[in-house]
Design a protein around this ligand. Sequence first.
Ligand code: AMP
Ligand code: GLY
Length: 428
Amino acid sequence: MPLPSSVLVVGSGGREHALVRSLLGSPAQPRVICAPGNAGIAQDVPCFPVAVDHIAGLIALAQQEKVEFVVVGPEVPLALGLVDELIKIGLPAYGPKADGARLEASKVFTKEILLKYQIPTAAAGFFRAVAPALAYLRTRPIPIVIKADGLAAGKGVVVAATLAEAEAAVRDLLGGKFGASSSQILIEDCLFGEETSQLVVVSGRDYVMLPTAQDHKRIGDGDTGPNTGGMGAYSPAEVVTPELFARIEREIVRPSVNAIADEGIDFRGTLFIGLMLTPTGPSVIEYNARFGDPETQVVLPRLATDLLALLWAAARGELGGVKLAVKPDYALCVVIAAQGYPESFPKGDVITFPAPASLPPATFIYHAGTAKNSAGQVVTNGGRVLGATALAPTLAEAAARAYAACDAVQCSSKYFRRDIGARQLNRR
Ligand code: AMP
Ligand code: GLY
């Protein structure tokens, strides 16, 4: 089957901007369109104002634009069954069907699979009522982790440092903080170590592990303050040595892919495995059923393999034997957020960009939460606004380039962490 000549990318974040750019770089030169996209994606490809949760609208768009392939970025359309509907009309899509998306949409479902197949993960209890949850808490060590079962935009997890905090989180979540998403909770033992994100392109029992990456989840420098969707990332994550990479494949990736297939799920998309590198070995924190954001922004620019060919092979069940080629360069992405994120933040602040020619080499600014105002200016339109990303022969140089881009962007509500990559840079 030849590669598709046209692709619809669904989503509007920095991840989707990176997907669009990489697909545009394919030797097959596909026509790429995006829905709904953002102000930056719209500078690269045609964007259509269809929301990611409007499944019928996305199907209609794909048909109207006669695309031959759909690549789905975020979890919401996956969980709503967008890929199931696309398959029904015979349109190949990259991303799991709703059954596979449940691995992200339900933490209880995932934990049950991890425990059933004895894949390393923290011990946990599941609760729908406050009293037994509080009783269980008293039997476990503190700190302890309380999680809403369902999707909560990355905000459904509390790592509680005291019993009082844990009890409050239990009452909060079971009290309906996230509606049906938190009608069931997990109480999970706390894992200690460094976190890393392993993205795996999966097609049934076949898989390709993407390069290692590390995200920075907390809002503040030195990993302080509340959790966010991710404030920056770099790749490769050298904490994952070649030996550890092989161990992660042996103990986590292969058993996970097989477990999912054994459960009867024909998963064709990205399995994002959130790992804690504990003193006794890697342990699964979570699965996501999609590319990570901002991990994608540092992983894709390092691929020497054609992304279109890779995703197309996975979608069509032809991934067996595919080998990945990776550039030796380091990539680093600094997320520029709106001051106040992840709580409340302004929208509509005008952003001024440096002239592309004034940016350091191999440096690009991916757009995330941006839009155009009625005057045609690019303005902030979300918590995570931009992702300044650079490739370079060393991580230090990649950081210098990305930060030069951050400093050159003007926006009154601009906020970014100053220490993306510092952990690896300081380890040297
Ligand atoms: P999740 O949504 O499950 O990825 O959790 C969000 C974040 O909470 C993770 O990236 C970790 O930083 C933290 N976290 C989740 N589960 C645990 C755990 N069992 N032990 C320590 N930290 C955790
Ligand atoms: N960067 C973490 C995520 O995409 O969930």
